[in-house]
Write a protein that binds this ligand. Structure first.
Ligand code: URP
Ligand code: ZN
Ligand code: ZN
Length: 471
């Protein structure tokens, strides 16, 4: 199958020009002006942008968490992602405490075999237990299987939180195996005490979710993780940065040239702590962690994205239904499963309020949602760019298309939307994964199983185009 995308404005992290892209056998084979080549399908992209497919490095599909399971699996989750212009996601393959990493991977491979994703999928390993479950030796074998990032939670005490010994030993393994360490950075011990005190005092409304997780606990853990990674000598990626207290140590580390990167997520740019304070228990819809912060943090986050203090915008899509899952007993915030949805609307929101409002250039937009994620997580240059030999993961983007974000029109299984009612301008018109048209004119046209598992390269190494690997 060959595809010719004609006359679009091709924007990568580095370039911006009008041209044609010719796709053969799943990869980009030719880029030029007015290409005169026969193709099975021609897409007229005049007046449209042509971007590399977006990469979401932070999703939680069909994940057991908070006593329940996220309501999107790899069918609905990848479908919803595709409608938003995401063509690859890297999900967290979670080690259940007491079990091995091999069991975790078997479990997650079963999920993608069963669910037949429509976009490409990779896994980070979620390390929760090195005492009775996984071992350091086993952890060291994972990069050979294409699992080149180790994720640890410094919060969620009594559930998936690890101690500093586990964190530090994992960092040493990462140093030796070429993996990158990812941290959820909050001081889980301090938060646990503050939550218990609040609950004992009868403070159980959703707004107490934010009040019991002060920004300083995020700043402290971010700094601790940075310093420990420095001692161990491994690269570090701080996930879902939400506030200035956490931006500051990342800015300092990057200024010093250390191997430290940070991401924020769409919701932290648009939703503030007031969302938790709603009549009844509705604020529970916004119980995700770190919590929505005081509004002034949003400008700090935009500023950090503009200056490459933060290098990535992901979704942390962790969907639970309202009220079936998020509602719990309608009274106690501390029992609500933590997580919010957002896999479909990242590009809509960033384009409308980032690019159109002059906060981001189109190049920086592409870098934040695609290229930087490809580089950090061992997918580049197979993914994250439009270049001869790269996978033809491409979004033809209509910059004038208007829509109102709503749970009634998104494609996730979740029944509410964090950005409900927000009007956006700019949306995908056609989405291709390795040259296959997945979404066209608001229709899913993908064959089930169009997506594949991707084995990622080690940190700092390139993932060669597929043809070169098999040749
Ligand atoms: O509240 C959140 N973010 N839930 C998902 C797990 C995590 O912390 O990333
Ligand atoms: Zn987290
Ligand atoms: Zn997460």
């Amino acid at each position: 199958m060959s595809v010719l995308i004609k006359g679009g404005r091709i924007v990568t992290a580095a370039d911006d020009y009008v041209g044609d892209v010719f796709v053969e056998n799943g990869t980009v084979s030719l880029i030029g002006e007015s290409l005169d080549v026969p193709a099975d399908k021609v897409i007229d992209a005049a007046g449209k942008y042509v971007f590399p497919g977006a990469i979401d490095p932070h999703t939680h599909l069909e994940m057991f968490f908070g006593g329940t399971v996220t309501c999107d699996d790899f069918t609905s989750g990848t479908t919803s992602a595709a409608f938003g212009g995401t063509t690859t996601l890297v999900d967290f393959c979670m080690q259940a405490p007491g079990t091995s990493f091999a069991q975790a991977l078997e479990n997650y491979h079963e999920k993608i075999d069963r669910c037949k994703p429509v976009i490409d999928v990779g896994f980070h390993i979620g390390v929760t237990d090195l005492r009775e479950g996984g071992s350091l030796e086993e952890l060291a074998t994972l990069p050979d299987q294409g699992i080149t990032s180790y994720k640890l939670f410094m919060a969620y005490k009594g559930a998936v939180m690890v101690d500093d010994e586990t964190l530090f030993k994992t960092m040493q393994v990462a140093r030796d195996t070429g993996a990158i360490v990812m941290v959820h950075a909050e001081n889980g011990d301090a938060i646990d005490i503050i939550v218990k005190e609040a609950v004992a005092a009868g403070h159980t409304e959703p707004k107490w979710h934010a009040r019991t997780r002060p920004p300083e606990t995020e700043g402290e853990a971010t700094n601790r993780a940075i310093q420990l990674a420095r001692v161990a000598g491994c690269p570090l990626f701080v996930v879902h940065v939400s506030c200035q207290e956490s931006i500051e140590p990342i800015a300092l580390a990057r200024e010093k040239g250390w191997d430290v990167w940070g991401e924020t997520c769409t919701q932290y740019l648009f939703i503030d702590e007031s969302a938790l304070d709603q009549p009844g228990f509705e604020g529970a819809k916004y119980i995700y962690t770190p919590p929505p912060r005081p509004k002034e943090n949003q400008e700090h986050l935009w500023h950090a994205l503009q200056r490459d203090i933060l290098s990535s915008v992901s979704t942390d899509h962790c969907p639970f239904k309202w009220p079936d899952q998020k509602g719990v007993n309608g009274q106690e915030f501390q029992l609500v499963p933590n997580g919010g949805p957002g896999i479909e609307n990242r590009l809509h929101m960033l384009w409308t309020y980032g690019v159109r409002e002059g906060r981001l250039s189109p190049n920086r937009f592409v870098e934040l949602v695609s290229t930087a994620n490809a580089k950090t997580f061992g997918l580049y240059p197979r993914k994250g760019t439009i270049a001869p030999g790269s996978d033809a993961d491409i979004v033809v983007w209509d910059p004038e298309k208007q829509l109102t974000i709503s749970a009634s029109t998104h494609h996730s299984n979740v029944n509410y939307n964090l950005f409900e009612g927000t009007k956006v301008t700019g949306a995908p018109e056609v989405v291709l994964v390795r040259g296959q048209v997945i979404v066209e004119n608001d229709e899913l046209v993908a064959q089930p199983g169009a997506g594949q598992f991707v084995k990622r390269a080690r940190f700092g190494e390139e993932l060669l185009p597929a043809q070169k690997v098999s040749a």
